[in-house]
Design a protein around this ligand. Sequence first.
Ligand code: ACM
Length: 763
Amino acid sequence: MTRFLWLIFLLLITGTATAQTAPERYPLIPYPASLTPATGTFTITKATQLALPKEGKHFEKEAEQLQALLRNGVGAPLKTTKKLVANGIELRYDASIMAPEGYRLTITPQQMTLAAKEPAGMFRAVQTVRQLLPATIEKAGKSAAPMTLPAVQIEDQPAYAWRGMHLDVSRHFFDVAYIKKYMDLLALYKFNKLHLHLTDDQGWRLEIKKYPKLTEVGAWRTFNNQDSACIKKSKDNPDFALEPKHLRQRNGQTEYGGFYTQDEMRGIIAYATARHIEVIPEIDMPGHMMAAIRAYPFLTCNGKNDWGKLFSTPICPCNESTYEFVENVLKEVAALFPSPYVHIGADEVDKASWNTTACTELMQKEGIKDVNGLQSYFVRRVERFLQSKGKKMIGWDDMLEGGIDPSATVMYWRSWVKDAPAKAIRNGNPLIMTPVSTLYFDNLPDKNSLGKVYDFDVVPAGVDAAQSQKALLGAQANLWTEQVPSENRADYMVMPRMTALAEVVWTNKKQYASYLTRLRQHYPRLALLNVHYRVPDLAGFSEESVFTDKTSLQVEKPLDNLIIRYTTDGSIPTDASPVLPAALPITQPTTVKLVAFTPEGLRGDTYAIRYKQQAYAAPVSAKAPAPGLTATYFTGYFKKSALMQQAKANGSTTVTSVQVPKQAEADQFGVQFRGYLDVPETGIYTFYLTCDDGGTLRLADRIVVDNDGLHSAIEKTGQVALTKGLHPIALDFVEGGGGYMLLLKYSKDGSEPQQVPANWLKH
Ligand code: ACM
């Protein structure tokens, strides 16, 4: 046999000619800690029997949950038995599975066994089975597909104990039904913590029996500037409209709001508990308290309830009446929530109002030096109270500033305070990672955000493995909802990013290509669950495109079943716009707008591709230019990079790559990079400029990328036609505070984006 025929023969006998890869055959997210593929399949039919363990009621709930899931596929509950039979499923108690939430799943063509010691492990196993079943299982009456699972051996357990998602229900309110939907997603992706941000300046969302005005007054507001911004955006995107169900009419005015009664919260908690999810309440204090102060003005030091430079007036740590209030509130919270934790926020406090006589007296009495010390005094006192109720306290990392006790759990969010995680660990504090830079899901998603979340390293810089083993609980993503007024928008912001985080915190192994392959199979499931996920990005073009003579637009679809529609008249494509052909000829300057639609009618983001016609820019000559670019830096607050032109430079240096020079690293600054780009070949170049905050790129006196303004890390791209040789480059970058990012890549003729080589930079 020739080698070729031998190969064909091999493919035929093994069936691998059509075999799926492991990520296709086992589209599990998060991927199990250990998965051994096996051949064959197991099919569940009406005749399949379910064996429950001898150990009585151990997995009764999980058995019900599995039955509920399978009922969608087979129409009726499976018959239960005591002993595993052929064509049977078994839930097995296995005391040797020691890891919390650990389980084993064995599927052969004859049988399926789910084994665990704890109900939580069994629940996670059921979710794995769920993801191996056809997506149609998610909806009753949908199941035309056979209930077939691929044979496999899985031994699984989570990498981290804290796998969280947060939801801010204060800025915009989300009702009980939505919280349940959110938890369904947490359960599907093996999260185990739901952090509810229940109170803030914009609304108090939890009934407190002792203080009814907290919700009578504090849960309602007339439209604020966040609402107005959303209403304005809703003209172009209906997901920004406020949910009508959260509006009411009072005294001739429309009010926005809502809250959970304690009974409703008990319902949420029961729903969570059944899914082995812990609900952590956050009552943010002493700042972020305007809603409470509106109801109970005695809470501040100076009787005022207004905004300081950045943050609102906090409650007063110097009056006993404040502690009486706080303790009464937390007493009810501690009794209501079974979680061992209560989160008290302790972030972003404007301490200017803490200058009353009572404060001076308290400081003298307690030997407190400054207002940061007052904050620490408050936090410590509240922590002691919570401890007296059997609870552990969590707070944001701001509370490290005046000093805290090692018993407090720190939630790290301020990415720009780089040493805070290491400081917390040195101080002995348990730590949960939720850095703004990656895990704030209110940051607008773009084509890079999924990869960025996936790449997230839970272990912070400056912390070694032994330290993190002890103190690092895990990670969590936060969804702040100032700009998230609707359930559809919340879905869009978290999904699919939360699936990437799920794999980070459960599997903690980087296998991005495999993850993306698996994720593709989750979209139909999410659609059946009525999740308004963010449609994955179209690719293969730059939004600022350039052609010299003619070109054609060829778009790469991330999912085969997407239908891309387009316009060339400036209007936003609708589901009635023409379908984009495989190659759309471009012969004159134009703007093509694209929107992808899923078969279920979800619409993706709108892309505008602006085609400019350019001649190749002629190179300039420079006598023996030196390597690198000149970087001139400015300290100051620049909302736009052009504002640097009126400012006085603090200095100038040479950089050998596009990166912020050390000298510029103030809290707020700008940098102008100048020199030449020495391109090795004539062609149309694409540049990718990622900035946090803003930046602009000009080449050969042509604007190539405009990524200006103050924003989180966003990549923008642009093209320019360049002749081989030197071209003037002007790259401006501004940082408005809060940690920066600057990254410039290029590609040519459809190559993968890559770093601009150092030897292209001259000055
Ligand atoms: C926060 O984002 N202020 C914790």
